[in-house]
Design a protein around this ligand. Structure first.
Ligand SMILES: *[C@@H]1O[C@H](CO)[C@@H](O)[C@H](O)[C@H]1NC(C)=O
Ligand SMILES: *[C@@H]1O[C@H](CO)[C@@H](O)[C@H](O)[C@H]1NC(C)=O
Ligand SMILES: *[C@@H]1O[C@H](CO)[C@@H](O)[C@H](O)[C@H]1NC(C)=O
Ligand SMILES: *[C@@H]1O[C@H](CO)[C@@H](O)[C@H](O)[C@H]1NC(C)=O
Ligand SMILES: *[C@@H]1O[C@H](CO)[C@@H](O)[C@H](O)[C@H]1NC(C)=O
Ligand SMILES: *[C@@H]1O[C@H](CO)[C@@H](O)[C@H](O)[C@H]1NC(C)=O
Ligand SMILES: *[C@@H]1O[C@H](CO)[C@@H](O)[C@H](O)[C@H]1NC(C)=O
Ligand SMILES: *[C@@H]1O[C@H](CO)[C@@H](O)[C@H](O)[C@H]1NC(C)=O
Length: 870
């Protein structure tokens, strides 16, 4: 809004023609003049607006209703159930800009603050306060009272009213200097229409019950609203030639969010309370009669209709045809891919421009290509993120277009997440182009468009860009992995995982990549991560170049940059979370921390939810000589542990042809799985005297990269991890090889020894299956025994001995051999590793050997006799 000089003063005349004896003329402002999304007000337009300061700082707004009375909101003065002392507060009247020398302003001390007895919290209503000034204000053109509505006064829904204040211009974005009073036009919303909006879960999944004495004003689509610091200020509506205060700014859910209009205290409801408080003051506030009742009728009805606003951003006709895709053309360099985030702003990596001469002269030659635009857009301004040069996570710049574009199907901005956004694990995502990369990315090899490095000239031939060739690369599908997996994969041992609503450190999507041998490390590619909620696309992350060869790739979350982007752009489409369907037992209730890590990432992490059906990333299929198939366990990127009897024929010393598959879940793998196969180039056995050692290490022809379908397990040095729960993991059928896990408990060595007297090699573990679980796994493939520790990571405890479901060769005794052979194998620290009690005599009660029936019955008997013996 343009600034004008002060308009001629209007002399106040007494108004003897009033129908009722009113001792005060109210609600008059400069005759010519006719926050968030608002604009500078003209001086003198809102002469009742006051600023309320506590110890010298502007805290709230208020309105002058009589020379000695100011109306404001209770919550400005009541903290933690206690009313502030009036002496801490002062009232500034007749100010426009709070920065200028406040020569014309009047300052008044506060003699008393009055708050309704039953005010407790804003959301329970009665959020109003009266301030009695220590001395009356001098009325004049810049200081005048507003009219108050009587309790019978009705403001029609749909009426355009105005809210004013010096509050934040956006969430967490204070009004900049020179602190000029802001005004914003807000439409009154009917009670039913407002309740309809607040009944739908919004930010933080909150719903809200509107109470009598509250009113709503704003817009379904949001974007224009009051915000922090506006509280207590007036919402005024013009009737006849007077301004009536319909509301007191009370609260909102965020500021300017979609379907979350501002909530105001309905002043009319509190006529009686106000009159009672000011009784005896001369002159008191004016409550003129309403000149005419608002017309009810067709204008009002649609407002009571329960319609909600849908997001204006993030809609794409089909994935990959991104209507926000922007290409920034800088003379002398390859095009840089970014995203349209508002009518006027494009977000792109700052690294595209850091080496450019950024003087405005150069920007003249820059162009931005947007979908469905006939011409390339000119660039007015480049705003790099202040930390872009040293922080990869802040490698962002905003480019302002010289002329805002009309938003339609295309171009259309992408939605940006609020800082507290929690992308649910399992969210459907895609990779989008970002920055200058692409040629060496995973998709480009499948026929992505290659932009030439030819520097664009002034006056492009638009036709060469308006019909982009199909880009299969931008269709790369991805599924978001759980925060725990993502946070811990990169090895922050013991670190606690940020809970939902705290910005994550990284976002990990699982996606199908080129077979790894083809592309090598993916370090030169630049991609953004787009995630969909309720059909709306969010720009969720940008690539983390430093994540090296680890998979899944980590993306820097964009949500931490929401405040910066909205501060610069004043109108980027920050959108609330749209999907909330995680259960009460969900991830948010657990405090999670990371397991120990190797330098190649953490071990024993199982992605949750299981991406694309691969549940056990360390479970390998070991195909021996094209014939037998055994289970194997990935213990390091180049090593699989298997049962010797499975991979070597008894007495044989020749290494058979062995192939290992990871990332398979059954003989008919899931279409989106990412199977990895390797040949075995050597078999290592520990040196045991006499007996064939039970465990064999298989060396793979090349390392596998950590991924949700291939990640090493942790190993346990002995005993059983404290508090762990254990499973035998195998196949029910060696033909279809669908993994099944059977819950077991591990018996103490003594019980084990008694049960299988005399027949066990040292270091053998025995397990007891949970009821009905015995038959879940077949035995010929030598299923492994796994436990999940209290910390959540999975450890390998043993491998089944030949032909047994209950007996397992323990990993612990082979720790030295495994560690020597496979440096990267990760044994958990032994601390607290065993709950086995010290063993007393090795006297076994009679009749506990296998002969006495099923092992279950034998164990029961054994436990019983142990108890009896004390
Ligand atoms: C708020 O009140 C509670 C109990 O009345 C008290 O424990 C707490 O310290 C108070 N907080 C502040 C900030 O005054
Ligand atoms: C406060 O009391 C007044 C008068 O008794 C009543 O009209 C109003 O509804 C009450 N408000 C709340 C929030 O309890
Ligand atoms: C969100 O709110 C809906 C309806 O109130 C409820 O059913 C759902 O459980 C809530 N979700 C969460 C995560 O609180
Ligand atoms: C509510 O909106 C729908 C669609 O806009 C319209 O068909 C219907 O007549 C409206 N109802 C009322 C009561 O205005
Ligand atoms: C830049 O980095 C500093 C130091 O880490 C941080 O305090 C500041 O908030 C960052 N700036 C932005 C815009 O994020
Ligand atoms: C935007 O659309 C409006 C009307 O829909 C039109 O008047 C205006 O010229 C358009 N502006 C641009 C820059 O295309
Ligand atoms: C990836 O990065 C590594 C180390 O930064 C480098 O040695 C390697 O050549 C890069 N690979 C490609 C394909 O750019
Ligand atoms: C991302 O990059 C930073 C350095 O910029 C690095 O410290 C970090 O480990 C990388 N990975 C994740 C998951 O943040």
């Amino acid at each position: 809004m343009s600034q004008h000089l002060l308009l001629p003063l209007v002399i106040l005349a007494p108004s003897p023609t009033q129908e009722e004896p009113e001792d005060l003329d109210c609600g008059r402002s400069e005759p010519s003049a006719r926050i968030m999304g608002g604009s500078d007000a003209q001086a003198g337009t809102w002469p009742w607006q006051v600023s309320l300061s506590q110890k010298g700082n502007h805290i709230c707004g208020g309105s002058l209703i009589a020379p000695s009375w100011v109306l404001s909101a209770a919550h400005c003065f009541v903290k933690n159930g206690t009313l502030d002392p009036a002496a801490e507060w002062s009232v500034l009247l007749g100010v426009h800009s709070q920065d200028w020398p406040l020569d014309d302003a009047q300052v008044r001390a506060v003699a008393a603050i009055l708050v309704p007895d039953n005010y407790s919290r804003v959301e329970l209503g009665a959020d109003l306060a009266l301030l009695r000034l220590a001395s009356p204000a001098r009325l004049g053109p810049a200081v005048r009272p507003v009219c108050l509505p009587r309790s019978s006064h009705r403001f029609a829904p749909g009426t355009a009213c105005w809210a004013t204040g010096w509050g934040d211009v956006q969430e967490a974005d204070p009004l900049p200097l020179p602190w000029v009073l802001q005004e914003v036009e807000l439409r009154l919303l009917g009670e039913a229409a407002c309740q309809c909006l607040y009944s739908r879960p919004g930010p933080f999944n909150l719903t809200f019950q509107l109470l009598p004495g509250m009113l709503c004003a704003g817009y379904r689509e949001g974007r224009r609203d009051t915000c922090q610091g506006d509280s207590g200020g007036p919402l005024v509506c013009e009737e006849g030639s007077r301004w009536f205060q319909a509301g007191i700014t009370s609260f909102g859910f965020g500021c300017g969010r979609r379907n979350r209009p501002g909530v105001f205290t309905a002043v009319a409801s509190y006529e009686a309370w106000i009159r009672e408080q000011v009784m005896g003051s001369e002159p008191g506030p004016a409550f003129p009669t309403q000149s005419r009742q608002p017309q009810s009728g067709p204008r009002e009805a649609p407002d009571e209709n329960c319609t909600i606003a849908l997001p204006e951003c993030g809609k794409a006709t089909r994935p990959g045809a991104w209507p926000w895709e922007a290409q920034v053309m800088v003379p002398g360099s390859r095009p840089c891919h970014g995203a349209l985030v508002s009518e006027s702003w494009v977000l792109a990596p700052a690294s595209c421009f850091l080496d450019s001469d950024r003087s405005p002269r150069y920007l003249d030659n820059w162009r931005v290509l947007l979908p469905s635009r006939p011409r390339a857009e000119q660039v007015a301004r480049l705003v790099p993120h202040e930390n872009a040069s040293w922080d990869d996570a802040s490698d962002l710049a905003l480019l302002q277009l010289r002329v805002p574009v009309n938003l339609s199907v295309a171009p259309r901005p992408v939605c940006l997440p609020q800082p507290e956004h929690y992308f649910l694990p399992g969210s459907r995502c895609r990779l989008g182009r970002w920055g200058r990369g692409g040629e060496q990315g995973p998709g480009a090899e499948r026929g992505g468009v290659a932009e030439g490095p030819t520097p664009p000239q002034r006056g492009f031939a638009p036709s060469s860009f308006s019909e982009p060739a199909p880009r299969p690369s931008t269709l790369l599908e991805a599924e978001l992995l759980g925060g725990w997996w993502c946070h811990c994969l990169y090895g922050r041992q013991g670190a606690s995982v940020p809970p939902p609503r705290d910005p994550p450190h990284a976002l990990c999507p699982a996606y199908q990549e080129e077979e790894e041998e083809a592309g090598g490390c993916w370090n030169d590619s630049s991609w953004s991560l787009l995630c969909r909620e309720e059909g709306t696309w969010f720009l969720a992350g940008i690539r983390n170049l430093s994540s090296g060869c680890l998979r899944p790739r980590a993306f820097f979350p964009l949500q931490t940059h929401g405040p910066w982007i909205s501060h610069v752009t004043r109108g980027a489409y920050l959108e609330d979370q749209l999907a909330w369907d995680w259960g009460p037992e969900g991830e948010e209730t657990k405090i999670q921390s990371c397991p120990p890590a190797t330098e190649h990432g953490a071990c024993g992490l199982r992605p949750e939810p299981a991406p694309m059906g691969v549940l056990w990333p360390w479970l390998a299929e070991v195909h021996v000589a094209g014939d037998q198939v055994c289970t194997g366990i990935l213990v390091a990127p180049g090593w699989v542990l298997a049962a010797t009897h499975c991979v070597l024929r008894r007495g044989s010393t020749t290494v058979p042809y062995i192939e290992v598959y990871l990332g398979r879940a059954g003989a008919s793998p899931l279409p989106q799985g990412h199977p990895v196969s390797r040949l075995v180039i050597s078999i290592r056995l520990p040196r045991h005297l006499g007996l064939q050692p039970p465990l064999a290490l298989l060396e793979l022809s090349s390392r596998v990269k950590p991924s949700p379908s291939a990640l090493p397990i942790c190993l346990h040095p002995g005993g059983i991890p404290l508090g762990a729960s254990c499973w035998v993991l195998g196949w029910k059928d060696p033909q279809d090889r669908v993994p099944v896990a059977a819950a077991v408990s591990i018996l103490t060595p003594r019980l084990c020894h008694c049960l299988y007297q005399g027949i066990l090699p040292p270091g053998t573990l025995c397990v007891l299956y949970a009821e009905g679980q015995e038959d879940r796994c077949e035995v010929t493939s030598a299923p492994p025994l796994l436990c999940q520790t209290e910390g959540g990571s999975w450890v390998l405890v043993g491998l089944a001995v030949r032909g047994s479901r209950e007996l397992f060769a323990a990993i612990g005794p082979e720790e030295a051999w495994i560690s020597q052979t496979v440096e990267e194998a990760h044994f958990l620290p032994p601390s607290g590793s065993s709950y086995w009690p010290p063993e007393g005599s090795d006297l076994c009660p009679p009749d506990t050997a296998r002969a006495s029936g099923t092992p279950r019955a034998a164990v029961f008997l054994l436990l019983l006799t142990s108890l009896i013996q004390g």
